[in-house]
Design a protein around this ligand. Structure first.
Ligand code: NI
Length: 136
């Protein structure tokens, strides 16, 4: 029997979507306002889902106090109020799209959560646009 526990989190960050191999006009065509050289911000909403067996001793899949602390230390403290392109090393050469941010978040969390549990990251870049990464 497997159960999924979920924890919501939040961070604000700025980014610019840009492919340095392309001309400014092609970047503007593909990325629109997101290619703005002066950056722009998003209120990112994150849902971290951990799926596993219920431990008989605790009745928990995972202690949510521990999950909350991992998310705060690994994700919120790391991304909040940052310029992703300029201040987060993972995005020095990686375009900080919601897709790529979700993969970076998943990789940072995976090493901190019991490998017997499955991990899924859902990242909302806007209230209507969101991506899901499950490590596949
Ligand atoms: Ni954007």
């Amino acid at each position: 029997m497997k159960v999924t526990v979920n924890r919501k989190a939040h961070f604000n960050a700025a980014h610019r979507l840009y492919n340095c191999e392309w001309s400014d006009s092609r970047n503007a065509d593909v990325f629109g306002k997101c290619a703005n050289p002066n950056y722009h911000g998003h209120n990112y909403e994150l849902i971290v889902a951990v799926t596993g067996e219920i431990h008989p001793d605790t009745g928990f899949v995972m202690d949510m106090k521990i999950l909350k602390k991992i998310i705060r230390e690994e994700i919120e403290d790391y991304f909040d109020h940052k310029n992703l392109n300029e201040e987060v090393p993972e995005f020095k050469t990686l375009n900080p799209t919601a897709e790529n941010i979700s993969v970076v978040i998943w990789n940072k969390l995976r090493s901190k959560i019991d490998l017997k549990s499955e991990l899924s990251v859902t990242l909302y870049e806007t209230p209507r646009n969101f991506v899901i990464y499950k490590g596949e």
